[in-house]
Design a protein around this ligand. Structure first.
Ligand code: MOS
Length: 743
């Protein structure tokens, strides 16, 4: 009997192809007779293109075409109600309007990439400039529009009986802590730049696009809408995707420009954004100013929690940032709760979800002030969190589906050695280094979406597990193979997993940390269905040795059917029946009554040690322990990798990442990898991750809950709290760079 790979340390099934360079990412896909597209972008933030002189570019060697507002790609508006215009509410090159700095205004297509790039440099553009809205502060406060129920509510007030307002509840509290936090612009910086290869069929009625995506299904639907094609006419393939972090949940202008140019030229077209273009053509995490106020008793028990925010939302569309949603409204017990989240329209490049899109900024604010409560009340930060532990959701009053956060605190504190911490700032030193410890809680919604998966049993005793989700590096391909092997009772190497193609069974968007929790129950159901179908065939098919037997006598275990003193593998049975394979497709979803009954969240506890140089202010993260409660773990190795990656995001958010705006032009000034700082190996200590792996009894088969983004939530606050403990300096404006810690 094979040992099930479920929950064990399993190497990626695609690991070898990635490290040996065999894996083909979007732009690697070989296409005969491909032409190369290069995008020209705007150099003003708002206005109109007065004149674009393309004569020199058109005449340049190898150039096939220059598309711009004067010779546009002939796109027609998407059908009414399409989501295609939510991310960017216009179609590229169709008009002369400039909506942000870095917007696509022309595309040069040539025989080679270099020819296209060089010709693009010959295009001279003049503008009629208008005055852009660029300052979040100057245009605040924003407005709170009604949001779809799946996103909102943007504003919530819960008051205890007899309490008139949140301000009254705060005024009546023994201790009040409050601060205004600034989250600057951040970028996903996925390793693979955004790119697309588009190829039409001869009749130009169907298009295949190779592009990195977190959801081949969503990408196909958005492209179909933007190209005015039926969904069946568009196929998106993303077998390998080099990172997403939210930046590939939806498609950007690369795929539609490539598809449009390929249509016009009757040739396949490859379009790769430059790294600089990725910073503006792809949505970023928008900036937020947000104010949190906490009122507590002298014993550190919360009496009032208030969170107000103003977040950038670009005029072209983007992600509505809700920093209090699923953090402040879900984490701690409080009799009085107030959240008000507003949006400020600016003439900025599009914004989009980035790892813990609402939760990472929100948790930095909330968890920084929870630390402040601990300081003011003179209570250990872990103890403060235990005194405010929520057994039901503070906003909805519903029970959590499963919550083992107390264990995260307890186990984390022990693994980390939290008891050695001294509450007094600047009380531990090592030469010129001040040493501090901090902690914070992680929380992230435990989403699950309705998805299909199929299991195909083959006559050679192998199985194929398929679903149209994406593996952007998270390990989804390995996850579906593991679950298939576990459910069928066969060795992992006998299972071929398939994803990354919109023509596969409709699968999960790899977003909201929900791909695994959504996909696993469907793979389980498809495997169960395939086994049931095998057993049915065994007793109904004349060629089966069990033909006519009572179905109850034929059982399935470990890849074999057994009954009446006889046993054979499923492959042998299929061969005996003259069948190559047997395919079962199943959809599963959370039942509405389960959704009505429970709040689904994953939890974790971060513990961090930092060293801050007492002369230069340089902060270094020196130790980190994170313990997470995200339901049952499918692949311990990949799950730990996700949490480690999330904590590294926290290091970037806390200490490094920002993209300052040049206010004269609207240019995001650090839009390249020299100026935009992300953590590198030297910034990252060993990160100790412990996974509780307690199955969630309500989330679905196997009990796996969301995990991907959890590590990115609260980790920045743990670092900031450790910096306070080291230095006595509290910073609310991210990132906490060394200049902010100078004595
Ligand atoms: Mo994630 S930011 O939900 O892709």
């Amino acid at each position: 009997m094979p040992v099930s790979p479920l929950g064990r340390e399993i190497d990626r099934v695609d690991g070898r192809s990635k490290v040996t360079g065999v894996a083909q990412y979007a732009a690697d896909h070989p296409v005969t007779d491909v032409a190369y597209a290069y995008v020209v972008t705007s150099t003003i933030a708002k206005g109109r293109i007065a004149r674009m002189d393309t004569a020199a570019a058109v005449a340049a060697p190898g150039v096939l075409a220059v598309f711009n507002p004067d010779r546009n790609l002939g796109f027609r508006p998407p059908p009414a109600g399409s989501q295609a215009l939510t991310v960017e509410n216009y179609l590229p090159l169709q008009d002369r309007e400039v909506r942000y700095y870095g917007q696509a205004i022309a595309v040069v297509v040539a025989e080679t990439f270099e020819q296209a790039r060089d010709a693009a440099a010959l295009i001279a553009t003049t503008y009629e400039t208008a005055s852009p809205r660029l300052s979040l502060e100057a245009h605040s406060p924003g407005v709170t529009p009604p949001l779809p129920p799946t996103v909102g509510p943007a504003a919530v007030t819960v008051l205890a009986p007899g309490v008139d307002s949140i301000d009254a509840a705060l005024a009546a509290s023994d201790l009040v802590v409050q601060a205004t936090f600034h989250q600057p612009v951040q970028h996903h910086v996925a390793m693979e730049p955004h790119a697309a290869v588009a190829q039409w069929n001869e009749a130009r009625t169907e298009v295949t696009v190779w592009t990195g995506s977190q959801s081949p299904m969503v990408a196909a639907q958005l492209l179909a809408d933007r190209l005015n094609l039926p969904l069946q006419a568009v196929r998106v393939i993303c077998t390998y995707t080099g990172g997403g972090f939210g930046s590939r949940v939806w498609t950007w202008n690369d795929s539609i420009l490539a598809a449009g140019a390929a249509y016009q030229l009757g040739r396949p077209v490859k379009l790769v954004m430059t790294r600089e273009q990725v910073f503006t053509m792809v949505g970023h995490r928008g900036q937020i100013n947000h104010t949190v106020r906490l009122g507590a008793s002298r014993a550190g028990v919360l009496q009032a929690v208030s969170h107000d925010s103003d977040a950038e939302v670009p005029a072209v569309g983007g992600w509505p940032m809700l920093p209090a949603t699923d953090t402040t409204d879900s984490l701690y017990k409080t009799p009085n709760l107030h959240i008000r989240q507003r949006f400020v329209t600016l003439d900025m490049p599009p914004t989009w979800a980035m790892r813990g899109p609402n939760e990472a900024p929100g948790a930095f604010a909330l968890e920084t002030l929870m630390d402040e409560i601990a300081v003011r009340a003179g209570i250990d930060p872990v103890e403060v969190r235990l005194r405010n532990y929520a057994d039901v959701s503070p906003r909805t009053g519903k029970a959590f589906s499963s919550k083992h956060l107390r264990d995260c605190y307890r186990i984390g504190a022990r693994r980390f050695g939290w008891s050695a911490r001294r509450a007094e700032p600047r009380s531990r030193t090592d030469g010129q280094w001040l040493i501090g410890m901090g902690m914070a809680t992680a929380i992230y919604p435990g989403n699950r979406m309705p998805v299909n998966a199929s299991v195909e049993l083959r006559d050679d005793d192998t199985a194929i597990v398929s679903t149209a989700t994406s593996d952007m590096g998270t390990g989804a391909l390995t996850v579906i193979a593991i679950v298939g092997a576990d459910q069928l009772g066969i060795p992992l190497r006998k299972v071929t997993p398939r994803l990354g193609d919109s023509k596969l069974p409709p699968g999960a968007t790899a977003a909201g940390s929900a791909a695994t929790s959504s996909t696993v129950p469907s793979v389980v159901a498809a495997a169960e269905g395939a086994i049931a179908e095998l057993r049915r065939l065994a007793v109904t098919e004349p060629a089966s040795p069990w033909h006519g037997a009572d179905p109850a006598y034929v059982t399935y275990a470990d890849g074999r059917l057994s009954g009446a003193g006889r046993t054979m593998t499923f492959g042998r049975l299929l061969a005996a029946l003259g069948r190559k394979s047997l395919l079962v497709d199943r959809q599963t979803a959370l039942a509405p009554e389960t959704i009505a009954q429970y709040e689904f969240h994953s939890f974790g506890a971060h513990f961090c040690e930092v060293r801050v140089n007492r002369f230069t202010g340089e902060p270094r993260v020196s130790r980190f322990t994170t313990v997470v409660d995200a339901g049952r773990v499918v692949n311990a190795q990949a799950a730990r990798g996700q949490i480690v990656g999330g904590v590294i995001f926290g290091i970037g958010q806390a200490l490094l990442e920002k993209n300052p705006l040049e206010t004269a032009t609207g240019r995001l000034a650090a839009s390249n990898m020299a100026d935009y700082m992300v953590p590198v190996n030297a910034d990252v200590p060993d990160i100790d991750v412990h996974l509780l792996s307690e199955p969630d009894p309500n989330v679905g088969a196997l009990g796996t809950r969301g995990l991907g983004e959890l590590g990115a939530v609260g980790s920045a606050a743990a670092i900031g709290n450790a910096i306070y403990n080291a230095t006595g300096i509290r910073r609310y404006d991210l990132p906490i760079t060394l200049d902010k810690l100078l004595p």
